[in-house]
Design a protein around this ligand. Sequence first.
Ligand code: MCA
Ligand code: AMP
Length: 534
Amino acid sequence: MYSPPRIRNRRHDCRAQVQSRLASVDPSLSLNQNLYLLLRQHFPADPDTAWLVLPDGRCLRYGDIDATTACYAGALHSLGIGHGDRVLAQIDKSPEALLLYLATLRLGAIYVPLNTAYTPTEVAYFLGDARPELFIARPDREATLSEAAQATATTLLTLDGSGQGSLRERVDQATPLEAVTTVSGDEIASIIYTSGTTGRSKGAMLSHNNLASNALTLRTLWGFVGSDVLLHALPIYHLHGLFVAVHCAMLRGIPMLFLPRFDPGQVLTHLRSATVMMGVPTFYTRLLQTEGFDRASCEHMRLFISGSAPLLAQTWQAFYQHTGHHILERYGMSEAGMIASNPLAGERLPGTVGFALPGITLRVCDNTHRPLPAGQTGVLEMRGPNVFQGYWQMPEKTASEFTNDGFFISGDLATLTEDGRVSIVGREKDLVISGGLNVYPKEIEEAIDALDGVNEAAVIGVPHADLGEGLVAVICVTPGSALDADSVIETLKASLAGFKVPRQIYSVDELPRNAMGKVQKNILRERYAETFCA
Ligand code: MCA
Ligand code: AMP
């Protein structure tokens, strides 16, 4: 059983604030700060209110969530899963996947979702790192992954996109577990894996209070009302689709039009019944290219929200001209949930991410962590109830990402105006964001360097009209090697998720280096900037 670490005493002020805020929502929450309980407090009075509406017309209702998650919790409990245990899930988006998440919260266990694109090699790493008691996989992956699951003594069950599989069989036979496990707000509700500059993924531990405080803030900030309908086309293996979207909707008791993935045609069809949509910038560039997407298709919409990657000012402008809507851009991280947002009522400025969320302190600092004057570029640092509890089993890494006075160092380069408006202007960390998914070049470079015939490689991100940034690898091959771009791509696809595989490969005699011998990626980014613009 896992005991959550207490990382920094100075955050207790924030915790105290959150606890008193939650207790004012419902006194019982001061005793049990399980996020599931908070969500349940906000289920609508009418049990027939739709919770999830699926493209095939199927509808799940708020009134059924509690009994159904009790069955899921009963099934998990019968497998020995309890308080603090990890439940790893690499499963397609479905209502059942969401019920599994809610049941895991309810049990006080820790939900660890994984991108469905990860290959078995990548999943084996997560199994070894998270050491989950239970792993839920797609049925077509069962045979491939059973050995890795056995190696970590993890029970393996299956769930497919239509809600069938061995997990479902257990749920159908389970004795419901009605209780909601008592947890303190500091306990871990979920671990979200995020890649790292070292090439090794780190698990960001988010507590019940981290998630609850962020969700309560956003529900108010973005003005959710009972008549809203959220169009949900994001994946639910990451913070954006799972926490930001789902928690906002559930804390207002509104329906979600729950699409299995982002398909512009399907989004267009359902947009007419929705009022709010959240997406990564690629959603908006693709919608703009979709025939039939116009002002009339957005006539019931009150809000489009964008985040996870920079939204180009030109996309923002084009969207406004096309639809009459100012997209509301916000900024977040796996380690801190949502951090800053353009205002709902005030001016939304393209190219900026707005103001710090209430309760969150932001500062832009030099490399000695001294705050810089307004307008100067530095690293964005933050403190607040949203900031995570540390990286799973990496205390030293955790400590190195915080300043002595308790601010989390984001690695994003930003400017702040006098009145507190934030613009993200770059990244100190060597990170590429493609279609809203993060790729750390180091991981890809290590995979390429390991190939026969490669001397060394550098991986960069360059502008890509659809994905924001597209991955390019620049490779020095050993003399006489017959290695070609296609075979590199094919080989990488066997071990890396598709979104991490470079879309273009260049072969060079040598990589540009500075006097210290460091590869000058800025030169490569300039040299190959036009790769995807032709
Ligand atoms: C899929 N492919 C990609 C990506 N997604 N390549 C680069 N970047 C991507 N993001 C590749 C596949 O490997 C495949 O390659 C081909 O594209 C088609 O795959 P498919 O699944 O059909 O792709 P798609 O449906 O077009 O997906 C693109 C997408 C999707 C809609 C942009 O990636 C998506 O939903 N992204 C959202 C991610 C997200 O939720 N991020 C939030 C993280 P091949 O053909 O070679 O096999 S949370 C976060 O960042 C923080 C906290 C925050 O602020 O929110
Ligand atoms: P992740 O590790 O997946 O949580 O990604 C977090 C990173 O996404 C941040 O550190 C930023 O670099 C980036 N990000 C998220 N939202 C925005 C935004 N609106 N503008 C620019 N970058 C963003």
